[in-house]
Design a protein around this ligand. Structure first.
Ligand code: PHE
Length: 348
């Protein structure tokens, strides 16, 4: 019996056949198990004689099964390895990759350009109080400029510790106030960030992005402002034929104030996106608000306006991005549509 069983086991073609043989020999009703059961009915002498033989048989069969099993498994593994070999020279499957959003991209560009001119990046909260967003910036409660900002106010019972009304900041100018109150001049900062106004169409979204610039030092004048903006705009638009046009304007927090148009050379009279060509051969786009910081604002922040002067400017970051990358609908910036992003070279 032993010779036959061991031979069968050694010849088992696969793991299933081996398992059947194991059950047939060592299973509950298997041939070896049946022999083991006969031991109980034997006399002591018979058992002393046959017991060791039967146990040796079981040992031999168990060992044979284990050996065959190891051999079959080894062979199966070899076959699997040969079968599933990886071809490392094949190109990898394409997976979509994320990228930086145009607004973030422009914010990074701004920070980099202004860092070269010695400006640090300053930030402030998007939930502001009406003193920093308006009053300190020379926009008192009854000032018409407040109405022009389409402000999102929090409910009137939600006041801050000083009893000031809370709102979503309508511009990044309150960061000017925070910086002047916290840091001693000289100050050179830009403040990029989200701002909010209740307004929505192709060129307005209720949330948009502004960058504010502020310089406070002794003896600062309009020439510094113009040079700074010109240097910035040439670097940002990556062209040297940029010219600026400063138009007199009004902001409560700057005096004098100027609106800044950017012009670049085009053929005479040519129409361009976001502006138009003039007779001198320039295309003009309105881009920034700016001016010399109003002395009331400097005084409101605890500085002596006879000692410290400065200039400030503000621009829409989304608009800067639209002009540089040729986008035409502001709302698309905030739709998260990957097709739109990749059309303009952002995203996968
Ligand atoms: N804060 C102004 C606005 O939101 C822009 C501005 C900033 C103008 C600084 C002048 C100086 O419209």
């Amino acid at each position: 019996l032993q010779a036959r069983l061991v031979a069968d086991i050694g010849a088992a073609p696969d793991l299933d056949a081996l398992e059947s043989l194991r059950v047939a020999a060592l299973g509950k009703t298997g041939s070896v198990s049946a022999l083991l059961k006969t031991l109980g009915a034997m006399s002591t002498e018979e058992r002393q004689e046959q017991g060791p033989q039967i146990h040796a048989l079981r040992e031999a069969v168990t060992t044979a099964i284990a050996e065959r099993k190891a051999a079959l498994e080894g062979a199966a593994l070899e076959a699997k390895l040969a079968d599933e070999r990886l071809d490392m020279t094949l190109p990898a499957a394409e997976t979509p990759r994320g990228s930086v959003h145009p607004v973030s991209q422009v914010m990074d560009e701004l920070a980099e350009i202004f860092a070269d001119m010695g400006f640090a990046v300053a930030t402030g909260p998007e939930i502001e109080d009406d003193w920093r967003n308006f009053t300190a910036l020379n926009i008192p409660e009854t000032h018409p400029a407040r109405a022009m900002h389409d402000t999102f106010y929090f409910p009137s019972q939600m006041k801050d510790a000083e009893g000031r009304a809370m709102l979503l900041r309508t511009h990044t100018s309150p960061v000017q106030i925070r910086t002047m109150m916290e840091k001693a001049p000289p100050i050179r900062i830009i403040a990029p960030g989200r701002v909010y106004r209740s307004d929505s169409d192709a060129t307005h979204t209720p949330m948009f992005h502004q960058v504010e610039g502020l310089v406070i030092d002794r003896g600062i004048h309009m020439g510094h402002l113009k040079w700074t903006l010109e240097t910035f705009l040439k670097a940002y638009f990556e062209r040297d034929d940029i010219v600026l046009r400063l138009r007199p304007s009004y902001f409560p927090f700057t005096e004098p104030s100027a609106e800044v148009d950017v012009g670049y050379a085009v053929e005479k009279g040519r129409r361009i996106v976001g502006g138009s060509g003039d007779d001198e051969g320039h295309a003009w786009m309105e881009l920034l608000g700016s001016g010399m910081v109003n002395r009331h604002v400097i005084a409101n922040c605890g500085l002596d306006p006879d000692e410290w002067q400065g200039f400030a400017f503000g621009a829409g970051i989304d608009r800067l991005a639209m002009l540089k990358y040729g986008m035409d609908d502001l709302r698309a910036f905030f739709d998260g549509d990957l097709r739109w992003l990749s059309h303009y070279g952002f995203g996968a």
